[in-house]
Ligand binder design. Structure first.
Ligand SMILES: NC(=O)c1ccc[n+]([C@@H]2O[C@H](COP(=O)([O-])OP(=O)(O)OC[C@H]3O[C@@H](n4cnc5c(N)ncnc54)[C@H](O)[C@@H]3O)[C@@H](O)[C@H]2O)c1
Length: 351
């Protein structure tokens, strides 16, 4: 029987509940403590998830308890300082996406991970999609032929729909709309997911891109309380992949009719696949061989893949690296950074 792994969760807002629940469901894993700068929030969180120790000071938690790993679930701007403190304390780190709020700080996190020689992972949660995994298998086996075109979208509509609540009154939505609160807008929030979904599905890096961002007027003076609503809401991108294939990428919080849907279509010289993950579940459609000539699409069955938490725990137990690690997430962060540069300059940029 392997030893119990004690996990520290830092940041106890919306997303942290999933970390606490999933870690607790894995045999031999205990969430020993949680940290949040908000005392009431961390106290409620520890009560709800039966966590023994709650702290408002990370250093105190690290000094008083013995952990085997840390999960960083703070807003993006705090991913770097919290992750680096935990790495320096000798802990493997699972950090939420995006890796950080700038390419410089993301690279500092990669260097800190290398110096500490600790396992790192980023929660690019859609890697658990069985449809995405199967699509990649089909690409790698050559069944699609040469990939020529990709189309990827991350569709949310919480700025128009009340399905997730009222964005105008909740901090958890307002910080995502405000640069001063560390948000990179829709590009940082879900753009990182769709760029990873695209690259993981097709098995290629992005070689060049051109990006256009839009921040729509949403409130008087585009401000609510302390929040200036200046982070981008919508993004379109043209990309070229390493093999020369062309692609278009969309991401938006105004994609009405969709609450949280990802879709990726990969077109090759021998056929195409369409992966979708969202409210209707995880699906893969293919038009290959005779189907491609008949312009027919058929559903392909897929097996669920282990999620981030299972794979992180497996890596801790095996003492081995796991993907997507901080270095991979930093490459995605570079795409985000270049996308901002492209928007500002209006130019195509090689990656
Ligand atoms: N992987 C995914 O699919 C996914 C989904 C949602 C959110 N996220 C990511 O999770 C992170 C948290 O998002 P959320 O929706 O839970 O936000 P949230 O605002 O609901 O919660 C963040 C919590 O962190 C706390 N906090 C702020 N600074 C801190 C610090 N320095 N130390 C400790 N605690 C601190 C806040 O008080 C708050 O309780 C973000 O980076 C977000 O991008 C990822």
């Amino acid at each position: 029987m392997s030893k119990t792994l004690n996990i520290l969760i830092v940041g106890t807002g919306r997303m942290a509940g999933q970390h606490a629940t999933r870690f607790a469901e894995i045999n031999g894993v205990t969430v020993l403590a949680a940290v949040d700068v908000n005392l009431e929030r961390v106290t409620d969180f520890c009560r709800e998830h039966n966590i023994a120790h709650g702290y408002i000071d990370l250093d105190k938690a690290l000094a008083e308890q013995r952990f085997d790993a840390c999960a960083v679930v703070t807003p993006d701007a705090y991913h770097a300082p919290v992750s680096i403190a935990c790495l320096k304390a000798g802990l493997p780190v699972l950090c939420e996406k995006p890796l950080s709020d700038s390419l410089d700080s993301a690279m500092t996190m990669v260097k800190a991970a290398e110096a500490a020689q600790q396992i790192t992972m980023t929660n690019l949660s859609y890697r658990s999609s069985g449809a995405l995994f199967k699509a990649r298998t089909l690409v790698d086996s050559g069944e699609l032929g040469e990939v020529r075109h990709v189309e990827a979208s991350y569709r949310q509509s919480w700025l128009a729909s009340d399905y997730w609540g009222d964005w105008k009154t909740e901090d958890a939505w307002l910080w995502r709309l405000s640069k001063a609160h560390g948000s990179l807008g829709v590009l940082g929030d879900v753009g990182i997911h769709i760029l990873d979904y695209l690259c993981a599905g097709v098995g290629q890096d992005i070689a060049g891109l051109q990006c256009r961002l839009k921040t729509f007027e949403k409130a008087p003076d585009n401000k609510i309380g302390e929040y200036v609503l200046d982070a981008n809401d919508s993004c379109t991108m043209n990309v070229e992949l390493a093999n020369g294939a062309l692609g278009v990428v969309h991401m938006s919080r105004y994609y009405t009719g969709y609450m949280n849907d990802l879709v990726l279509t990969i077109h090759g010289t021998k056929g195409a696949v369409k992966v979708s993950t969202g409210n209707d579940g995880d699906q893969l459609m293919a038009s290959l061989g005779d189907d491609m000539h008949a312009q027919r699409w058929t559903s392909v069955s897929c097996e669920d893949q282990p999620d981030t938490f299972e794979r992180f725990v497996d890596a801790l137990r095996a003492g081995s690296n796991v993907s997507p690690d901080f270095a991979h997430a930093a490459r995605l962060q570079m795409y985000l950074s270049l996308a901002f540069d492209s928007h500002e300059s209006g130019r195509w940029i090689d990656c």
